[in-house]
Design a protein. Structure first.
Length: 347
């Protein structure tokens, strides 16, 4: 357990998640139904994003909706902060089809993988569409080292949205009546099943990481559902801990729920507003090494902050339509922890 009185043993680490809302280069067509950014719009967007990055000033930032890695680098340059790694795998020469996830970090990077295909046995049939066997937006799987030498596994996700999945042909023409409420409900069902399938596949990745190397894991991103929604809990399996004492080994915990500092647990904790309803879609989950009462504890979550004032300032595509979430973590200095989680039994 954590010794709260020994401040000298602690080092801090800040992590954040940031949906950038279609970050693309000027004059670049990203969606067929959206006008490309003009040079002036692009300049305003990367300047605004840079300002938000400077406000976050996190050691590791998970980003979503990146069409062009060059644009991400421009946004980081406008933060006037130094980061050793700025990557959006799949968007180096411009992404096609869907935007990509990215990573901004000061930490030494050991490995980064963009994973699109579901683990074996995880594909699911979608009504009228066939098998769903891959993430629409590839998951980033990252292994980094903190300044104190602790290895961290990071998963960056952007799961399927709740937007109804209507049938269309290869040219994007509608194949069904979108004004029919029964068809709209079935289209929403397709999206739900797709998001659930992606959640289960992501869960499989979490379990594999935790069973192979019992090192801390952080999951961040736009999960397109609330922290207690069924699809989110498919990934985290937090509720299983109450029924199975062994479940902690592969469970993930909502950073907001387990913060130990002077938390402001009020109604300001939301990251998206849809039709007047505030939601938490952008989330940070951590493994049990950040649970204060875990016998495998290496640290804790001191506080979680939501940057969402801009959501109430009107909507335009220069600004993001999501709030940003930042967590301040504490890690015990590795030389003083006396723990080696690599040899821990999953049981």
């Amino acid at each position: 357990m954590i010794d709260q009185n020994s401040a000298s043993q602690w080092a801090t680490l800040s992590v954040a998640t940031f949906n950038m809302l279609n970050l693309a280069l000027p004059d670049r067509m990203f969606y067929a139904n959206q006008t490309p950014y003009s040079t002036q719009e692009y300049r305003r967007k990367v300047e605004w994003l840079g300002l938000q990055l400077s406000r976050l000033n996190a050691d590791l930032i998970a980003v979503q909706e990146v069409w062009d890695e060059t644009a991400l680098r421009d946004a980081v340059a406008n933060s006037h902060l130094h980061y050793s790694t700025v990557q959006a795998p799949g968007a180096e020469q411009g992404a096609t089809g869907t935007p990509r996830n990215g990573l901004i970090t000061r930490l030494p990077l050991e490995d980064i993988q963009a994973i699109q295909t579901f683990p074996a046995g995880m594909s699911v049939p979608i009504p009228e569409l066939g098998e769903h066997s891959g993430f629409e937006r590839p998951i980033l799987k990252v292994r980094v080292h903190t300044r104190q030498g602790q290895v961290l596994h990071v998963l960056i996700a952007h799961l399927k949205s709740k937007r109804p999945k209507f049938l269309q042909d290869e040219e994007g023409n509608a194949l069904e009546d979108r004004d029919d409420p029964r068809i709209a409900a079935r289209a929403a069902l397709r999206s739900l099943v797709m998001r659930a399938a992606e959640a289960v596949a992501l869960r499989a990745m979490v379990v594999d990481i935790r069973k192979q190397a019992h090192e801390p894991l952080i999951l961040m991103g736009d999960l397109n559902d609330g922290p207690h929604a069924v699809t989110t809990q498919m990934v985290a399996a937090t509720a299983e801990v109450a029924y199975d004492r062994h479940a902690r080994a592969t469970a993930l915990f909502n950073a907001y729920d387990i913060q130990t500092g002077a938390a402001l647990l009020r109604d300001v904790a939301y990251s998206h507003v849809y039709q007047g309803f505030a939601e938490v879609l952008d989330q940070i989950f951590v493994s049990e090494e950040f649970m204060p009462d875990s016998r495998f504890n290496l640290g804790d979550v001191r506080r979680v902050d939501y940057f969402n004032d801009h959501l109430n300032e009107g909507h335009d595509r220069i600004r993001s339509d999501h709030g940003f979430v930042r967590a301040l973590l504490r890690l015990r200095m590795k030389t003083e922890s006396g723990l080696d989680l690599r040899h821990r039994s999953p049981a």
